[in-house]
Design a protein around this ligand. Structure first.
Ligand code: HEM
Length: 439
């Protein structure tokens, strides 16, 4: 279970059906489900009865403070309404240029490395996407070394939280050994760096970034957020947007490398929709086939392979009794691979997401961005970011999977490639030149 929970829960789903009880670590009762009616009930219909689980609220809250990811009730509702503005159409259009500039900067390092030989694309894509998110939040002037420090802190603290959760009996030892304090200090260091950007901004010209949205937001009594709240909300957005798009992109490169026909169609779509121009948010709805590819990659490899909740009061979902205090695990990966809803589920087939086919799909069988009121706030941002990176890398390079690797998923908080994904990249000019010669 610790090394591969997806495999174990998939096996149990086959054996016991789409909803079953399971004892985490042999102790804590959890209800695991891939049943769309139960999922809809928990995430949408009666969502207020299902709070975020202990790992999110207690352990993450310890390091991340209060914010969208870790609060409930009225506090969450107010913050969600205010922060949502940072992800509306107008704001995403404004963010496009910060994102493009950040990407151009990251590409310099990428170009140098791919010239030297094959690379593991995962850390590269993670650096690209995290720099984009960090600069969308704190502005174009955010320094590279500060981005690296915050990214490293998030990775290390997240791993520590997973250890605390999977080995709860070690928690007293983490306190005595100084491990807990060490991680708290890392977090304090990252906080103080980000706080200095917040304090500076209070005396500077307004920016076009998410930090400005957070600072300009006003509650009904006319007050704004304190610097401390701006900091913890920013940190939570950085955590939520840290590894998600990079994972989705890594799997997409892998899948496209196995399907040259799809890759060619994607490239043609980029040519016909934007030609040589940079991509902006208004272009996004015009990418039909590429969106299908992204959706299918998110089906096969959903970055959030499960969503967990805790029942506040006794409840019944369909004919499943859910006693108060029980954990409900929405097994997203299982739902995305259920043969009942996805014929031949292991096959990469973007045609599943044509407009006509999408309409036939029952609700809550596909939920890469979650569902209901607590679904992802950054979904449109993520689509823009993924398309932007594809628009540059796919047109600039030919790429191939390096031989002799084992590609496998590792489900931690996020579904990562277990051994990375090594690829060779060659400049596409060579490809075009070759095509011309052949003609
Ligand atoms: C492919 C990329 C992404 C995927 C697959 C994804 C997936 C998800 C999922 C499944 C949830 C719901 C979790 C739950 O119900 O417990 C969620 C929530 C959230 N996501 Fe994303 N996400 C992505 C990108 C982003 C980005 C780029 C940001 C921010 C810049 C972001 C910010 C958030 C926030 C703040 C929440 C919590 C919302 C709330 O509780 O009100 N996500 N995401």
């Amino acid at each position: 279970m610790v090394s591969n929970p997806v495999e174990v829960l998939t096996k149990y789903t086959e054996l016991y059906g789409d909803t079953f009880k399971f004892y985490i670590g042999g102790l804590k009762e959890a209800i695991v489900t891939t049943n769309p009616d139960v999922i809809q009930h928990v995430l949408k219909t009666n969502w207020e009865n299902y709070q975020k689980s202990e790992i999110q609220v207690k352990r993450m809250g310890h390091f991340l403070g209060k914010g969208l990811l870790t609060t409930h009730g009225e506090a969450w509702r107010t913050q969600r309404r205010l922060i949502q503005k940072g992800f509306d159409r107008k704001q995403l259009e404004a963010l496009s240029s910060i994102m493009q500039d950040s990407l151009a900067e990251s590409l310099k390092g990428f170009e140098r490395e791919v010239r030297a030989g094959s690379v593991d694309i995962y850390p590269h894509l993670m650096k690209m996407t995290f720099s984009m998110v960090a600069r969308s939040l704190f502005g174009a002037k955010l320094k590279d070394e500060d981005i690296d420090l915050v990214s490293h802190t998030i990775c290390t603290v997240q791993e520590f939280i997973v250890r605390q959760t999977l080995q709860p009996y070690m928690n007293p030892w983490f306190g005595v050994s100084g491990d807990l304090r060490k991680h708290e200090q890392m977090r304090e260091r990252a906080d103080s760096i980000l706080m200095s950007y917040i304090k500076q901004r209070r005396h500077q010209e307004p920016g076009n970034d998410l930090l400005q949205t957070l600072m300009d937001a006003r509650y009904s009594d006319g007050h704004g957020m304190t610097d401390e709240l701006v900091l913890s909300e920013s940190m939570q957005l950085l955590v939520a947007g840290h590894e998600t798009s990079s994972n989705a992109l890594s799997w997409m490169f892998y899948l496209l490398s196995t399907r040259p026909d799809c890759l060619e169609r994607v490239r043609q779509e980029f040519d016909s929709v934007i030609g040589g121009a940079p991509l902006s948010y208004t272009d996004v709805p015009r990418f039909e086939f590429t969106s299908q590819v992204i959706q299918e990659a998110l089906r096969l490899y959903p970055p959030f392979w499960m969503i967990d909740r805790m029942a506040v009061a006794d409840d019944v979902a369909g004919h499943v009794a859910i006693p108060s205090g029980s954990t409900v695990i929405v097994f997203v990966y299982g739902a995305h691979h259920a043969p009942k809803y996805w014929p031949n589920p292991e096959l990469f087939d973007p045609e599943r997401f044509t407009k006509e086919n999408e309409k036939l799909q029952p609700p809550f069988t596909y939920l890469p961005f979650g569902g209901g009121p607590r679904g992802c706030i950054g979904g449109n941002y993520a689509m823009l970011q993924i398309l932007m990176i594809l628009s540059i890398l796919l047109r600039k390079y030919d790429f191939q999977l390096a031989p002799g690797q084992q590609i496998e998923a590792r489900p931690m908080v996020i579904l990562r490639p277990r051994h990375g994904i090594r690829m060779t990249f060659t400049e596409a000019i060579a490809r075009d030149h070759h095509a011309v010669l052949q003609e």
